[in-house]
Structure formats: C-alpha cells, structure tokens
Design a protein around this ligand. Structure first.
Ligand SMILES: [Zn+2]
Length: 406
C-alpha cells in the first residue's frame, strides 16, 4: 500500500538565505492578500470569482508590472501555490468546512511551498537540500527521509525556519500485532487502557503556566515594539515552543506504544471541539459555571485529545490495525460485572462501586472496559449487517495513505 509521510527538520540557513526566505514568505503573503482583496471586490461588484488559472495570469501581470516587480524575485511556483491555497480556502468555505478566507498577517504561519520534485534536490549524506532561488540549504538531519520526495514546505516559527518534506513510498500491508483494547480518556489519568495500564497526564501547559504568565505580564509592561518589548516577546514565544514540543513528544510516545501493541483500539467518540466551545455560551445565554468549565476546557485542550486521536488513527493504519470510535453512552455508569446502569455506581470521579452487585474498581478502568465492549458490539453489528447485505461491508479506518508529521 502507498504511504504518504512528512519529515520535518530545522533548517540552518546562512544570513542571506534567512533574509531571502523572509522575503519569499512575504511575497507569498502579498500575492495571497492581493488575490483575496480582488475576489472580494469582484463579489461586491456582482462579478464572478476568478478561478485558479485566471489568478495565475494576474500573478504574471503583477510580476511584470513596475509597481510590484519585486514579486519576480520570489520563485514562481510557491507564489502559484499560495493562489491554490486561496482556492482551497474558498472551496472549504463554500462546503461549510471553514470560515470565510481571511487576510494573512505577518508572523502568523509564514510559509511557502515548492510543489515540483524536479526542482528539488535532497542530499541526505551531506545534510543539505537544494531549493530554487535559495541554493543549497543545510538542515538538522535527525533521521533518514524515506520514499520519493513529492513537495516541500518551508515555514517559520518562533524565529526558526523548518522544512517539511512530503514523500510517498510503497510499503507492504502490515499484519497487526496484539489484541483489542479500550481506552478511557480523562483528566486525572490521560489515558486508561482496559487491560489496566494507564498513562499519567503531562499537563505541559500547567507546568509552564506560571512562567508563561510572568513572561506575558513582563511583555505587557513594556512599550510596544521597542527593543525590550521584542526581547520579552521572544521569551514568551520560547516558552510556548517548549510547551508545544513537550506535548507533541508526550502524545507521540503514547500513541506509538499503543498502536504497536494492539490490532484494534476503541475510544470514546467525544466531540472535543464542542466540549471546549460550549463553556462561554453566547451573549443571550451565558454559559453556567463558566470558570469551572473553562478550567476543564483548558485541561482538555492542554491534553491534546483530538491530536492524540489523529495520531492513533494513522499509526494504527500503518500497523494494519484499526481505530473504532464508540458513542460515549453510559460508558462511565455501566457495571462491567452485572451490567447494571446507574449514575449512583460512580461514587466519585475516581471510584466506581456497583449499587447492585457491589463490584468495585477504578472508574477510568471501568470506562475503558465498557468502551472496549461497545467497540466489540459495533463490530458484531457491522459484520451481521454485511452478511445480510454484502454491499454494505464493514467500516474500516483503512487510511493507508494517512498524512502525518513524523
Ligand atoms: Zn454490578
């Protein structure tokens, strides 16, 4: 099966290359914003939106016009890619998957993409790669790139430059390892497995929260944009980067361990985004217990549950296993011993004690066991459906072409 994978490295540009990359990112942002402004104008005049080809034609005009001749210094393909991104942003908007496209701001996800592998040279043994108009760039070679290079994205974050190399390769369909397991996600324990093992939370945000708050306060006391403010801002960014790195590392370690040792993983189908949205409420109906809820939300977001689920999904697919999401009905209230369902069974956040048969266990473990059972039940239903109408088949998360950052 085909595997798409992205390999990300820190770039080590010299001064001139760093300056060039800043300019290229700026040119791409300019082209994007100019095209977006134009589309908005056309809309207000009742004219039809320009397609990608039409925008590319305009881009050539801009590159040739004396007002914006500096656009010609940037490589052509990345500029076109940014127009493609705008097209996609519009498509997502019309399909109701995203908000209306917004203007890009400097310093927020500055990046540009080289789509043509023929223009890219990767020299792994010398830890360098060649990009049009930048020449040979050195990078921190932390691991081998596998597969054929498809495209390359250069991005800027916290005053560092990164390169993400998308590749494609053929791999054998793996045979999954191990048996089925249910996972209960929680605050006190990040994840509890139905076999009894559990992972403590990282709470990277909490740990760095004090440092971050102090740094942010220091920044707010400085005069905006002067040199002390810039220093304070850099320190805020450093702490944020540290939080992000610690969390990414934590989630990857756990999702790798679980996906390597289980052929089937059942999790609760929690709508993390909804849970975190609802706390504040609206102006008409302000949410209740906003403070307590936003505390929970912060914990949920800090844990990175949705990112964890995304990682589990593609890693299981790579191992030949599958991820099954089950609705979270009664998973915390059902006795795994006698099947009695009652809110009373859950004595405290941590303790489960059945009012019917007296079965006692850690509440998260009970949740994980019930989730595993619900997963098995779903499979059984789908299999019997498939037997009755062979066309239906089972839903298998068979995204062998899962995209990820390694
Ligand atoms: Zn019971």
């Amino acid at each position: 099966m085909q595997r798409l994978q992205a390999f990300k490295y820190e770039l080590r540009p010299d001064g001139q290359q760093a300056q060039q990359m800043r300019r290229f990112a700026g040119s791409c942002r300019f082209a994007y914003n100019k095209a977006l402004a134009l589309q908005k104008e056309r809309y207000e005049l009742g004219e039809k939106k320009l397609g990608y080809a039409g925008l590319c034609k305009l881009l050539t005009e801009w590159r040739n016009s004396s007002d914006t001749a500096w656009l010609a210094d940037a490589p052509a393909h990345p500029l076109q890619q940014t127009l493609k991104d705008l097209e996609r942003a519009y498509r997502n908007f019309f399909a109701k998957r995203a908000d209306f496209p917004r203007f890009k701001k400097k310093g927020r996800s500055d990046s540009f993409r080289y789509p043509d592998p023929k223009q890219i040279k990767l020299d792994q043994s010398n830890s360098r790669l060649f990009l049009p108009k930048l020449g040979w760039l050195r990078y921190r070679n932390s691991r081998e790139v596998l597969g054929a290079v498809k495209n390359i994205t250069v991005s800027h974050l916290n005053s560092k430059w990164f390169v993400s190399i998308q590749t494609e390769r053929e791999v054998e369909r793996p045979i999954p390892n191990g048996d089925a397991v249910g996972i209960d996600m929680g605050i006190a324990r990040f994840a509890t497995l139905s076999d009894g093992t559990y992972y403590a939370p990282l709470n990277s945000f909490k740990r760095h929260e004090t440092a971050l708050r102090k740094a942010q306060q220091a920044m707010s006391r400085k005069v905006k944009f002067n040199s002390n403010w810039k220093k304070a801002k850099a320190s805020v960014q450093r702490i944020c980067a540290r939080i992000g790195n610690a969390r990414r590392d934590f989630l990857h370690k756990i999702s790798t361990a679980i996906s390597k040792n289980h052929a089937m993983v059942c999790i609760e189908d929690l709508q993390v985004r909804n849970m975190s949205k609802s706390a504040a409420g609206t102006t008409d109906q302000p949410g209740r217990n906003v403070r307590a809820k936003s505390g929970l939300n912060k914990a949920i977001l800090d844990q990175g549950w949705s990112e964890f689920r995304r990682q589990l999904d593609y890693k299981l697919a790579w191992q030949g296993g599958w991820l099954i999401a089950v609705p979270p009905r009664n998973t915390s209230r059902t006795c795994p011993c006698c099947g009695h369902v009652s809110g009373e069974n859950r004595k405290t956040q941590a303790k489960f004690e059945c009012v019917e048969c007296g079965f006692e266990e850690n509440a998260d473990l009970v949740g994980a066991i019930n989730i595993l059972r619900a997963g098995h039940a779903r499979i059984a239903c789908e299999v019997s459906d498939a037997v009755r109408s062979p066309a239906a088949g089972t839903h298998r998360s068979d995204s062998g072409a899962a995209l990820c950052h390694a």
